[in-house]
Design a protein around this ligand. Structure first.
Ligand SMILES: Cc1cc2nc3c(=O)[nH]c(=O)nc-3n(C[C@H](O)[C@H](O)[C@H](O)COP(=O)(O)OP(=O)(O)OC[C@H]3O[C@@H](n4cnc5c(N)ncnc54)[C@H](O)[C@@H]3O)c2cc1C
Length: 368
């Protein structure tokens, strides 16, 4: 729950907060063939951590409260909108405005909308499953979401499987693990195996929420599985996905490094016999609902892209918005809407500074 004011805090506080829980256990992550111990300070990860931390930081700023914060329909408490279930059209509009704002502030993907869209898809689909089949997935899911809201967690929305031969169904593949599937049902939960590709913000996530990737038929019912696990659960391993020109961030110097302060990332998540307790399982065999879940997620996610990508383009093209555009402390006249020069804007992005590789974003600059 985020109701505290911004006073006395700084961006590093958000970064520490984002990593507090995972750091206590430690994820298994490989970057360029090496297992990495200190993710927080890794130069390829840090910019994405900074971007994700903005989803916390802006929620502390009163001027953005209408977009970043809302009232939970589950608890009546104030929550970060990234953990919220949309209640009406106004919520959907506020979501797009929040995403556009974050795109403007970071100039990149801030990695938290896939989980938000997965919550909203999962909520209505589990409701419909329970009504049709007499299952109890919806109650479980809502209990889980309350936990997410209470701790303001980042949740990776994991839908895309490797898929192998696209002409074949999951159970027809030469390798049965090309789609995530249930390998064993136990009295207290399920064991799952497989992988998810292109996972946005996986390294910065507290939790992973897995969903099927396509419509399934009866013979593929073991693949009709949805659940949530901590991102550092035993059996989970992540492989950082390379980005074009990413080694520039490893070089010394400040020129020509692109968006040096912020960035996104995608990763492969390997699930190697991961145990999921029943209270975190939201689908296990109900293949007839797999396509519905995919479609509903895709609908919400498409809408999200209509917000964040617009913000990113506005940031990079230096478009004006309703905010004033003063001269930046560096003395470079910047047309980016984020270049307000007040102390509360110190952590924002300046398009020109980013392109030029300056350091305006986190440190106060000498006034001109
Ligand atoms: C930047 C980025 C971030 C992403 N983040 C996430 C994330 O956070 N979570 C997540 O789950 N996923 C994520 N994805 C994955 C994304 O959703 C998938 O890439 C997308 O769904 C396409 O799947 P694919 O890559 O397997 O491509 P494919 O399924 O191989 O599709 C490639 C092309 O082949 C066509 N095709 C595929 N199968 C057939 C067929 N049988 N017959 C005819 N044509 C076919 C498709 O229409 C498409 O044009 C991300 C992807 C990107 C690029």
């Amino acid at each position: 729950m985020r109701t505290r004011g911004k006073e006395g805090r700084d961006a590093a506080d958000d970064q520490r907060r984002l990593y507090r829980k995972p750091a206590s256990i430690r994820k298994r992550v490989f970057i360029m063939g090496q297992e990495v111990e200190n993710l927080v300070d890794h130069p390829l990860v840090r910019p994405s951590l900074n971007a994700c931390a903005m989803t916390y930081e802006l929620a502390q700023q009163p001027e953005y409260a209408d977009w970043m914060l809302t009232t939970s329909n589950l608890t009546g408490q104030t929550v970060n909108r990234f953990t919220h279930l949309h209640q009406n059209a106004a919520d959907l509009v506020a979501k797009v405005k929040m995403l556009r704002l974050l795109g403007q502030k970071t100039g990149c993907c801030f990695q938290r909308c896939v989980g938000m869209d997965a919550f909203n898809a999962m909520d209505s689909v589990t409701y419909e499953m329970d009504r049709a089949l007499g299952t109890e997935y919806h109650t479980r899911f809502r209990r889980y979401l309350q936990h997410v809201q209470e701790h303001d967690l980042v949740v990776d929305g994991a839908m895309t499987d490797p898929k192998g031969d696209r002409r074949l169904a999951p159970s027809q593949q030469a390798d049965p693990d090309l789609f995530v599937h249930v390998v064993e049902k136990k009295p207290d939960g399920i064991m799952v195996r497989g992988a998810k590709l292109h996972q946005t913000g996986a390294l910065n996530s507290h939790e992973i929420m897995v969903m099927p990737t396509q419509t399934l038929s009866e013979k593929d019912q073991d693949y009709a599985v949805a659940f949530a696990v901590p991102a550092d659960a035993p059996g989970i391993l992540m492989i950082y996905g390379r980005q074009p020109s990413d080694t520039r961030k490893l070089e010394s110097g400040q020129l020509d490094v692109g968006n040096r302060e912020f960035g996104g990332h995608e990763a492969v998540i390997v699930l190697d016999n991961v145990f999921v307790p029943w209270e975190r399982v939201f689908m296990a065999g109900e293949y007839a609902f797999s396509g519905l879940l995919v479609e509903r997620f895709a609908g919400y996610h498409r809408q999200s892209y209509g917000g964040c990508k617009v913000g990113v383009v506005m940031c990079w093209s230096g478009q004006r918005s309703r905010w004033p555009v003063p001269r930046h402390r560096h003395g470079l006249a910047c047309q980016g809407q984020d270049c307000r020069d007040g102390p509360s804007q110190r952590n924002t992005v300046c398009v020109r500074h980013r392109v030029l590789g300056g350091r305006p974003n986190r440190q106060p600059q000498a006034p001109i």
